[in-house]
Design a protein around this ligand. Structure first.
Ligand code: ADP
Ligand code: MG
Length: 701
């Protein structure tokens, strides 16, 4: 940015030291550049004028020109209001104020032409606007007749200090007057030409003062493209850089471990998607560069098998592996199922969790160092410094969003040459988000479920159908099925929630008494051993109903469980609901998900529940979730260590621009990996500036 853009905002006419502090604090606007990059959140088309006769109250806003013929105070106390009568010769429009009456009374002028703007209403055939915007119809540029007006978000504090959207617009006008002519182009001219973009300066002027919708769209496109493009360029550059800096283990072979397993132990035919993903991983580990791959696959898509077969490739090349899961239950489950898959194969696998006994730990530490142990499965316990390998070649991390960036970085340091990293997640991330948050990783997607799965039937019942739900449970249990009943738990420490859970449990025990029924309960406050015991009892069918909190959300596999009942489902997020539902539908039987809720549903809760009923597709759900909550709130983005401060783009809406920006960035990086060509000089400078600036897209692993 040129010098003038970094000028302190307090010197801008109309700001001054006091307002400057407010702008600093409330909007993080410190310089002229910050102000100009503080973009409007909406526009209102004020190119159109209506006559009073034409007023239609279904319009969100209208704008009329007219003169005020008189005004009067009506009512008393809280009902008191000022009513002014505006006419344009076609009718009379009432302008009504409940607040600021004194000020308005003093300032409105009779027989002067005003432009009046606001939301029209009607009472007894009389049109009115409450708290209209009122401007004298002057030839002033910033109030020019017929234009598209930008609106800016402000805060309560700004408003009480008289900094409204309109005032920000005025400041923008003043700022643009100052900087006009000194905003240099931030993209190479060949790219600007190739893509037919408008110049940065004209885009910045237009974004605040658009003359018409067509020009506005071009300006928006230019600014969105630039924003997304530089993020992609940065991520791809980072990836390129990492490839240069870090050698990876070269896995050249597919040998006995893999082949013996594939031909003699694989209990089922791999799905096409599993095969494709295993090929992708194999290829990646055979390049001599370190693999950093994200494996996305919906719940039940068979990621564990992909993990195992990747491990076998590492073993074939003489390396050890570790496999990290977010909870003890899951680590345990992976341990058991992988041992079962391996059968009598000579692969030494051990489990290391918080509850591993001291003596056993010492043995594990020793066997890792002397290379006797092939695969270590575990929880965070794997991250401890004392856990050292002879030759760690591959790290697999399940349910990645539960681990932070720094935790993953620790795994890197367990070997001189960093191990290959495969991060698996069952929380599908919308494509646009994946491209941005994980843009420097390679992504594999399992987009196919193993055959024979019947889609889970999902229904939504209000409280009043509870009895019916219990009848259904009895019927399913009579047929040998098992049931989950999940209660919401916003925070593991909320007493209130435990009360819900415990009351729910008491109620279920009454409704389903022993000896006919056996009920288990798991929640996050239990000791891991007790929790595991309960899970184990459910798995082995000692209990038919498991009352639980979301601790069963991730990855737990009990194929015989066919009904998932979610209590107060309106309190869960979409991805959580989807994860919970994924606990059933794992066997051959038809499975069901019943979403119970109270009668009062907010618009968002309703939408979430509707989405769940409408689709089983995790990616669709992820997209819906992003539309509902905005990209910043999607699970995984906060923990990923990436600050989301997109100023103009919206990942839920600008997917096409993003894809295009990524394609262009890819072609530039592949043509000029270090951005050394003169025509890419601006790109390089811009990346360096971004690095110094606020954007800090840390490497993921
Ligand atoms: P997730 O991707 O949710 O971790 P899992 O790896 O737990 O899924 O797999 C879910 C279930 O499907 C497991 O019981 C697993 O053994 C089984 N499974 C995996 N792949 C296949 C396949 N290709 N054919 C049949 N069953 C499979
Ligand atoms: Mg899993």
């Amino acid at each position: 940015m040129s010098g003038i853009l970094s000028q302190d905002i307090k010197f801008l006419p109309g700001v001054g030291p006091r307002k400057a502090v407010l702008l600093n604090q409330e909007l993080k606007v410190f310089t002229l550049g910050d102000l100009i990059y503080y973009f409007p959140f909406k526009y209102v088309d004020r190119t159109k004028f209506y006559t009073i006769r034409e007023i239609d109250t279904s319009l969100p806003y209208i704008q009329v020109r007219g003169r005020i013929t008189g005004s009067e105070l009506i009512g008393v106390g809280r009902n008191q209001r000022l009513v002014a009568y505006l006419t344009d010769g076609t009718g009379i429009l009432e302008l009504i104020w409940f607040q600021g009456i004194k000020f308005i009374t003093q300032t409105i002028k009779l027989n002067v032409e005003y432009i009046v703007f606001g939301k029209p209403g009607e009472f007894n055939g009389q049109f009115s606007i409450v708290h209209p915007e009122l401007d004298e119809n002057l030839a002033d540029q910033s109030k020019k007749e017929g234009f598209i007006q930008a609106y800016y978000n402000t805060s309560e504090k700004l408003k009480t200090n008289f900094i409204h959207s309109k005032n920000i617009l005025k400041l923008q006008y003043a700022a643009l007057q100052l900087v006009r002519g000194s905003i240099y182009e931030s993209m190479p001219s060949w790219l600007v030409q190739k893509l037919g973009l408008v110049s940065l300066e004209s885009a910045l002027i237009t974004i605040h003062f658009p003359e018409n919708p067509q020009i506005l769209r071009k300006a928006e496109y230019r600014l969105k493209f630039e924003e997304l493009f530089y993020i992609q360029l940065k991520l791809l550059h980072l990836k390129e850089d990492r490839h240069k800096k870090f050698k990876g283990h070269l896995f050249t072979k597919v040998g006995n471990y893999f082949n013996d397993f594939y031909f003699n132990h694989l209990p089922f035919e791999l799905t096409g998607a599993q095969k494709r993903v295993i090929r992708e991983i194999r290829k990646d580990m055979g390049t001599g560069r370190q693999m950093n791959r994200l494996l996305q696959g919906d719940v039940g898509s068979g990621k564990t098998m992909v993990a195992l077969m990747s491990v076998l490739i590492a073993l074939d090349n003489g390396f050890q592996c570790c496999f990290m899961a977010p909870t003890e239950i899951l680590a345990n489950q992976h341990y058991l199922s992988i041992q079962k898959f391996l059968g009598d194969m000579a692969v030494k696998v051990k489990l290391l969790t918080g509850s591993t006994k001291k003596g056993e730990r010492a043995i594990i530490h020793g066997e890792l160092l002397n290379g006797n142990l092939h695969l270590l499965i575990g929880t965070h316990a794997l991250l401890e410094d004392i856990v050292q390998f002879e030759s760690l070649g591959l790290v697999i991390i399940d349910e990645q969003h539960r681990f932070g960036v720094t935790q993953r970085a620790k795994l890197w340091r367990k070997n001189f040459v960093p191990p290959h990293i495969l991060v698996m997640t069952a929380t599908p991330i919308p494509r646009t988000l994946a491209m941005t948050v994980y843009g420097d990783l390679d992504v594999s997607v399992i987009d196919e479920l193993p055959p024979g799965r019947k889609p889970i039937k999902t229904v939504h019942y209000f409280e009043n159908r509870r009895a019916q739900v219990y009848d259904f449970i009895r019927k399913e249990i009579a047929e040998g099925r098992q049931i989950y009943i999940v209660f919401p738990l916003i925070s593991e420490s909320e007493k209130m929630d435990y009360k819900n859970l415990e009351e729910g449990y008491e109620q279920i025990i009454k409704l389903f008494p022993s000896p006919d029924y056996a009920i288990g309960m798991v929640h996050g406050r239990m000791k891991p051993a007790a929790k595991d015991l309960e899970m184990q009892r459910f798995k082995s069918m000692e209990t038919q109903i498991l009352v639980a909190t979301t601790v069963i959300e991730v990855g737990v596999d009990v194929p015989n469980a066919s009904v998932m009942i979610i209590e107060s489902s309106e309190r869960f997020g979409l991805s959580q609901l989807h994860q919970l539902r994924g606990r059933v539908g794992r066997g051959a039987e038809q499975s069901f998900c019943i979403l119970l809720s109270g009668f009062k549903l907010g618009a968002e809760s309703r939408k979430r529940i509707e989405t769940m009923v409408a689709t089983n597709d995790g990616f669709e759900i992820a997209e819906a979730d992003m539309r509902l909550r905005g990209p910043g709130d999607i699970e995984g983005t906060q923990q990923s260590g990436i600050a989301f401060d997109l100023k103009i783009s919206n990942l839920a809406k600008d997917g096409q621009i993003l894809q295009y920006a990524r394609d262009i960035a890819e072609s530039i990086i592949s043509d000029d990996p270090s951005l050394e060509k003169p025509q890419n000089d601006i790109l390089k400078k811009q990346l360096i500036a971004l690095k110094k600036n606020h954007l800090n897209w840390g490497s993921i692993s």
